[in-house]
Design a protein around this ligand. Structure first.
Ligand SMILES: C[S@@+](CC[C@H](N)C(=O)[O-])C[C@H]1O[C@@H](n2cnc3c(N)ncnc32)[C@H](O)[C@@H]1O
Length: 326
């Protein structure tokens, strides 16, 4: 566990650790839980996942993200429901909660928040360019022992261009939930300073919208270090969400911290951060990134203070001049 005035990071299972947070103590939750697809569940095994995706993006014989299994959604909802009850307990009245999801599992996330008592305020979406994962049936037709060569050829021609039901992914959905406010928006604001959205915050100079266009490539520009995590979110995207839904000094919680992007975004914007991460390797990455950001913040603060000091007389030009440190 690491504690500073600006952030607290715990190498822990969030299902247990969140119980230690006081009711009505958190201003905003923004989190990206495991989606229960392709082994990215609560038994997330980094080494196993890496080996699988290294094999030309194929997991269990099917391209990453395309294996369809009804139980995935059921497992996700079972996992999320008790957690959403905790999200509800720890958030301040009127506080917002943004949970990332996936097109075919979105309803499970939204229902988990809904059942916990959240008002489902909107569907937000991160717009990015994903990879098309649909594939043709030619390979299976050719292997089918019950078809003659002529029938195979006919079927292949008939199914020209026909692929499995995956259009090219271009959005990652997020559920925007709000804990019911106390009284009017203004009354709730006066008591808790949450519940309204800062519409002066913008990604593109326009009124903030539900579709957030942040290219995945910005991640490379955000850090010089290579981050060893499979699902790193762009800091720019999370910064935008944090600035929309919180004010300076408020507390942001991410129970599934991963590599720490949400924490970096919180610190960059002078918010405080609480994070939980179950995998020690990811916890270490997040810890390093957060400490680096804290250090950068301190340098910035010092520079700001120095800029406010009255201008110093420049040193006289003298070859023999020595600066005295005593
Ligand atoms: C989708 S990733 C989050 C990535 C993160 N948004 C980032 O930008 O790096 C989900 C993370 O949740 C962690 N995780 C899974 N189950 C957990 C649990 N019960 N408690 C805490 N962390 C968990 C995984 O190890 C993984 O790093």
């Amino acid at each position: 566990m690491f504690r500073s005035a600006s952030f607290q990071l715990y190498n822990a299972d969030c299902r247990q650790e969140i119980k230690n947070l006081a009711p009505n103590s958190i201003d905003f939750i923004v989190t990206d839980p495991p989606y229960f697809i392709d082994g990215m569940d609560n038994h997330w095994d980094d080494q196993k996942l890496k080996k699988k995706s290294a094999k030309s993006g194929v997991i269990g014989g099917l391209p990453v993200g395309m294996k369809f299994d009804r139980s995935q959604g059921e497992c996700l909802q079972k996992f999320l429901e008790p957690l959403c009850n905790e999200f509800y307990r720890v958030l301040k009245p009127g506080g917002f909660c943004v949970v990332f999801s996936q097109g075919r599992l979105y309803h499970r996330t939204a229902m988990s928040l809904d059942l916990a008592g959240f008002e489902i305020r909107d569907l937000l979406a991160w717009k990015y360019e994903g990879q098309a994962k649909a594939f043709s049936q030619t390979h299976f037709i050719k292997k089918d022992k019950n078809l003659s060569e002529k029938e195979k050829q006919q079927l292949i021609e008939e199914l020209d261009g026909m692929k499995t039901p995956q259009l090219k992914p271009q959005i990652e959905p997020m559920t925007l939930g709000q804990k019911p406010k106390e009284g009017t928006f203004v009354e709730n604001w006066q008591k808790y300073q949450v519940g309204l959205v800062d519409t002066k915050e913008t990604l593109n100079g326009m009124f903030p919208g539900t579709l957030m266009d942040v290219p995945k490539s910005v991640r490379q520009r955000e850090t010089d270090a290579k981050i060893e995590h499979l699902t790193v979110k762009p800091v720019l995207l999370i910064s935008h969400l944090i600035k929309l839904f919180t004010r300076k000094g408020q507390i942001v919680l991410d129970p599934f911290t991963g590599s720490g992007s949400h924490g970096v975004a919180a610190l960059q914007n002078n918010r405080r951060f609480i994070g939980f991460e179950i995998e020690k390797r990811y916890y270490d990455i997040a810890d390093e990134r957060l400490n680096k950001q804290l250090h950068a913040n301190k340098i910035q603060q010092t520079q700001r203070v120095m800029l406010r000091l009255p201008a110093q007389k420049p040193f006289e030009k003298n070859k023999n001049h020595q600066i005295d440190f005593t």
